[in-house]
Ligand binder design. Structure first.
Ligand code: FEO
Ligand code: CA
Ligand code: CA
Ligand code: CA
Length: 651
């Protein structure tokens, strides 16, 4: 979400010579030669040599022609493809839900319609497990709401009171627009569409969906409230950004910027250190004025009930979602599960805030491929660990286990519950590596690597640079590959290397004015979410934040080369309308459709959009994508991209 960047406080520092050499040289040019590899090793860590050694291995290149870079009111996709809106904010989800009418919206209607700012998309085939099904369930997160874009007449909030004008009904519409949608989709004639009024469809909201909380923190005093003396029942989920689908077909949804939703004061609070470590209370929403549980002064433990990975069974619309506390509590983004060779399930996750960490969870039990129900509580027991990246290319997984190392009563940890509730503090005590905003994570079953996306960190100072975060004032982000030896994802140490330092290789100076003429340049900025096709191809969605895009082009989807001489180069495949980021890319099981979320159209950087040049609102938006109807606002939407000849995406 762009909101992270609103907090950006660092001025871009002047690039060092090493930075310039590193950015200018780090990719295709020098990867062709050993001399270049040696130079890169000097600035990026020896692991980069592995990339040089593989150069020339060759890999199938995507067959599509890159689309022109730029910014305009609509979306674009590579020639030979089409992009159709599958579902938009306000479209009916539950049977009998009313049609969208933003001028007569209500919380009750919104709770039955598709929510706002769709993000992660997961596909679960029907019947479960099919390889080329004609039916499936799309699991879609609704990350956050933007009142100025949702409510007619509200306008932009005054600086003196950013929460002004929000009524109880508006707040509850916002709460109902958060959470998730599960929608049945079917394919006819090569195109997927939503099955109307399906009994499988479900809305999960922040307003009234009851969830369980399991694992080491369940029932702990720090999770109990007057409304829930058990400390195991939570209403709703918030800030759900990326996620994942487990090998047993459940949907993992990651609570990210949950701090934004709370009001009150942390100073003097019993949980002051814990809350400040997470930015609580963020004060971005009016919810706490009208629902006391979002005021930390009135309900002190409520924030401890958010910031988890939520597991949802999409095959059972009545199933209670479960917050799995064993996976830790932080600003979760991404949840990539793989079945290890020994049957244990390994889940990669991470914390999207500057200088926060990368995590791994290894289950105690083993995956049961025959009896789905046997996997139901696999994520409740296992070992959570955090990553330390060393300059010699070693990645060490440091166990976050109560009683080991510094995780003892001397440091305020009295049980594993304390460790998972304060995962950030525990990770820092262990010496984990602070990263440049780790966003999505995906394991690549074809290459055996795990891709970590780091979107940017403009606050990193030259003296804070390390091998895994090699650029000060990292405006454009980078991507790291993890390499578990022999494909054993449970090993205590891995190897790692940088796949790409994002940004224009021809103009690497940090903070430079970028050329608008970037077509065919093969570069992109601020990678955010990713997806891997069934041939192992890596596809990147970008989010350049809330300002005018520094790359000179709107956010979009790129296909990234990961092998051969073009390793690290991208090709733009899809471009979003002005103000939107793209997130949640997800392939259909046969790769013949790519679903992607277009989030917050008309919002980011609208003030600099030529001919518009002011901030967007419901009544006066920079674009009315996707409907372009004069009485409708812009609407976040899931698009479905297909190839005109019906073939796999990228073929
Ligand atoms: Fe929701 Fe990390 O972006
Ligand atoms: Ca995002
Ligand atoms: Ca982002
Ligand atoms: Ca992903």
């Amino acid at each position: 979400m762009a909101r992270n960047d609103l907090r950006s406080i660092g001025r871009a520092p002047v690039a060092t010579l090493a930075d310039i050499i590193a950015v200018r040289c780090a990719r295709r040019t020098l990867l062709r030669g050993a001399a270049g590899a040696a130079l890169i090793a000097g600035v990026g860590g020896p692991a980069t040599l592995l990339g040089a050694a593989r150069a020339g291995a060759g890999a199938a290149q995507p067959a599509f022609a890159e689309i022109a870079h730029g910014v305009d009111e609509t979306h674009h996709v590579a020639p030979g493809y089409r992009a159709d809106v599958l579902i938009r904010w306000g479209d009916p989800v539950l049977p009998g839900a009313p049609a969208f009418d933003p001028r007569w919206q209500s919380a009750a209607n919104q709770a039955r319609q598709f929510g706002y700012n769709n993000d992660f998309i997961g596909f679960v085939p029907l019947p479960s497990g099919g390889a080329a099904p004609e039916h499936g369930l799309l699991c879609v997160n609704h990350e956050y709401t933007i009142p100025a874009m949702m409510f007619p007449g509200l306008g932009l909030p005054p600086e003196s009171d950013p929460l002004a004008g929000l009524t109880k009904e508006m707040v509850e519409i916002e709460m109902a627009a958060h959470g998730a949608s599960i929608i049945e989709v079917a394919r006819t004639g090569g195109h997927w569409s939503v099955v109307p009024d399906s009994a499988r469809n479900r809305r999960i909201t922040a307003l009234d969906t009851e969830m369980a909380l399991s694992g080491p923190a369940a029932g702990h005093a720090r999770l109990r409230t007057d409304a829930d003396a058990s400390g195991t029942r939570v209403i709703g989920m918030i800030g759900n950004c990326a996620g994942g689908i487990t090998p047993w077909g459940t949907y993992l949804s990651a609570e990210e910027n949950f701090d934004d939703y709370f009001l009150g004061a942390a100073e003097g609070h019993a949980e002051e250190e814990n809350f400040k470590c997470l930015g609580l209370p963020g004060g971005e929403y009016a919810w706490g004025r009208l629902h006391s549980r979002f005021d930390i002064t009135k309900v002190p433990n409520e924030p401890n009930r958010f910031g988890w990975i939520v597991e949802i069974d999409p095959l059972d619309p009545a199933a209670t979602p479960v917050k799995r506390s064993a996976l830790g509590r932080f600003k979760h983004e991404g949840a990539a599960a793989v079945v290890n060779g020994d049957g244990r399930v390994v889940l990669y996750s991470g914390d999207d805030e500057r200088f926060q960490h990368v995590y791994r969870f290894v289950t105690e039990g083993r995956h049961d491929a025959v009896d789905r129900a046997a996997n139901r509580d696999l994520l409740d027991r296992g070992t959570l660990a955090v990553a330390r990246f060393d300059a010699d290319g070693t990645l060490s997984w440091l166990p976050l286990v109560f009683g080991t190392g510094p995780l003892t009563p001397d440091n305020g940890f009295h049980s594993q519950a304390d460790v998972v509730i304060e995962t950030r503090r525990a990770a820092a005590l262990l010496g984990a590596t602070p990263m440049d905003r780790r966003e999505d994570v995906e394991a690549n079953p074809v290459s055996g690597t795990v891709n970590l996306i780091l979107t940017n960190n403009t606050a990193r100072k030259p003296e804070q640079v390390d091998a895994a975060n090699p650029r000060a004032g990292n405006t454009f982000g980078h991507i790291i590959e993890l390499r578990p030896a022999g494909g054993d994802h449970a090993l205590a140490t891995f190897r790692w290397e940088i796949l790409v330092r994002c940004g224009d290789p021809a103009a690497p100076e940090v903070g430079a004015a970028w050329s608008a003429d970037t077509t065919e340049d093969g570069w992109f900025a601020s990678p955010d979410h990713c997806a891997i096709d069934h041939g192992g191809g890596l596809w990147i969605a970008t989010d350049q934040g809330d300002k005018w895009p520094k790359s000179g082009t709107a956010d979009g989807v790129w296909r990234l080369e990961t092998e051969g001489p073009r390793r690290g180069t991208g090709r733009m495949f899809f471009r979003a309308p002005v103000g939107a980021e793209v997130c949640g890319p997800c392939f259909a099981p046969d790769d013949r459709a790519l679903f992607a979320s277009v989030q917050h159209p008309a919002v980011d950087g609208a003030e600099k959009y030529p001919g518009f040049e002011r901030a967007s609102s419901f009544d006066d938006p920079a674009t009315r994508w996707p409907d372009f109807a004069p009485d409708l606002p812009p609407r976040p939407a899931v698009v479905m991209i297909t190839k005109d000849d019906g073939g796999p995406i990228g073929s």
